[in-house]
Write a protein that binds this ligand. Structure first.
Ligand code: CMX
Length: 433
């Protein structure tokens, strides 16, 4: 069986040829026109970058290398006795475009699980931070501290051909992906469990082991982690965390510097941090109402939020115009494992209440829930009640997608990203009669 690296290497020449051919034959073909609104409005819909790993359709949602989430749940290898896909398999798919066999997944698990402990200087670095430093800040600091071991940096200094850049990028990505659960668990246990760290489970998979290191060693929570890590991994290239990782990587910054930058973007409340905001917002609503809200009480609370000039966290999306399939995958999980959970029932009720209100208000282009509307209630159910930690889990998963893309960026020799900016004066000159 060829290794993952050998399998990837075999795919590189053909992709290089395809890109070379399309550039040579159609390089001047237009694929997007840019309006003034788009230039001021966050570049929505401007087609100006290439990401191979996944594509997002406004009306049907994410497809990872062509596969929907239900298809992945059916086709990707699972843990023994489990029903959810192993995220290692998704990484194989994102990187190579091919569904892996169980043996290929086992190879990735073994490679990532070789990383057994964080380097001492990384732990010391984290321990030097005040305990109440936000977990996403700790995550970013930890990733940058891990950069000391970058193989790419060493090889670049020694002098390396451009054609070989992808190789140490791949090696760095594999080490980093092995270490991210260790980093996440270290942050969790130092922040919330008096620094009482837990050893992993010797024979567990990547996500199952993370569950154990967090201290929630229940088979159902392991399953949740497998699902969570799979569905959060990638959302094509334009979202803030993916785009930032790609942009910083385009300066040949290694995977550590690039991912840390992407994670700083994920830590914004309009992006990944929305997952902690959602559960806080729900719990504040319960507290203010003094119990489980009725539909009318929830509606009043949503209006109050909007009237205060705030967003309703977990609803809306920059691209999607339907309910996020990642939300639906979590709903299916909840229906199966925790149908009577009180917070889950509130999340379900909000699905009936919020979209109508956002439609009535008439501002949000997409009134439907996104991935972050759901994840919190699942985590709370299994006892993970430290909300500030939630985005770290999103980050561990997102790393798989953005790092698979970064390896491709290096393999295809994509250049420094440098779009053109203009001034308002320039805009005014364009439109003046
Ligand atoms: N609640 C209230 N207002 C909302 C809203 C929401 N959930 N979603 C959009 N709007 C508002 C916008 O703030 C904007 O208002 P202004 O015109 O006053 O600036 C207007 O509707 C139009 O926005 P849009 O084009 O529909 O949405 P954007 O593409 O600009 O932004 C997003 C997308 C996700 C940032 C936005 O829907 C939002 O703020 N949602 C809540 C935060 C959230 O859940 N983020 C997580 C997204 C998923 C992820 O990345 O993890």
């Amino acid at each position: 069986m060829p290794s993952l690296k050998e399998k990837f290497a075999a795919k590189v020449p053909d992709m290089r040829d395809r890109v070379k051919r399309i550039l040579k034959e159609h390089g001047e073909t237009k694929i997007s026109d840019v309006t003034i609104s788009q230039a001021y409005g966050g570049m929505r819909g401007v087609k100006c970058m290439v990401t191979e790993t996944s594509a997002l359709d406004p009306n049907s949602g994410i497809r990872f290398r062509g596969y929907t989430i239900p298809e992945l749940q059916e086709k990707l290898p699972r843990a023994a006795g489990g029903e959810e896909p192993l995220p290692e398999g998704l990484f194989h798919l994102l990187l190579t475009g091919e569904l892996p066999t169980a043996d290929e997944v086992a190879e990735i698990t073994a490679a990532w699980r070789q990383e057994k402990e964080l380097p001492g200087h990384v732990k010391a670095c984290l321990d030097a931070l005040p305990q109440d430093t936000h977990p996403m800040s700790q995550f970013s600091v930890g990733i940058v501290a891990l950069q000391r071991d970058s193989i790419f940096v060493k090889r670049y200094r020694e002098g390396m051909s451009k054609m070989d850049y992808w190789e140490p990028t791949f090696d760095d990505a594999m080490v980093l992906l092995g270490r991210l659960p260790l980093l996440a668990a270290y942050i969790y246990r130092r922040s919330y469990k008096n620094g009482e760290h837990l050893a992993g489970t010797a024979d567990a998979d990547w996500a199952g082991n993370l569950a154990g290191m967090l201290g929630i060693d229940r088979p159902q929570f392991q399953e949740l982690m497998r699902l969570y890590m799979t569905i959060h991994a990638d959302h094509e290239g334009g979202n803030v965390s993916a785009h930032t990782t790609h942009l910083v990587g385009s300066a040949l910054s290694d995977v550590y510097l690039s991912l840390a930058a992407g994670m700083n973007g994920l830590a914004g409340p309009l992006h990944g941090l929305a997952n902690q905001e959602v559960i806080r917002w729900i719990l504040n609503m319960k507290q203010e109402i003094g119990g489980t809200p009725s539909k009318d009480q929830a509606a009043d609370y949503v209006w109050k939020t909007l009237k205060e000039g705030r967003v309703v966290p977990g609803f809306g999306h920059g691209v999607l115009r339907v309910t996020d399939p990642r939300y639906m995958a979590q709903q299916k999980f909840a229906d199966k494992h925790l149908p009577d959970d009180e917070n889950y029932k509130i999340v379900r009720m909000l699905y009936e209440v919020v979209p109508n209100i956002l439609l009535e208000q008439g501002k949000a282009k997409n009134p439907w829930p996104n991935v972050d509307a759901h994840s919190g209630c699942l985590l709370v159910h299994y006892g993970l009640v430290e909300y500030d930690f939630y985005t770290v889990l999103f980050g561990v998963s997102r790393a798989m997608g953005v790092l698979a893309s970064l390896v491709w960026d290096r393999a295809l020799g994509l250049p420094l990203e440098r779009p053109k900016s203009v001034t308002t004066e320039w805009m005014e000159q364009q439109v003046s009669g």
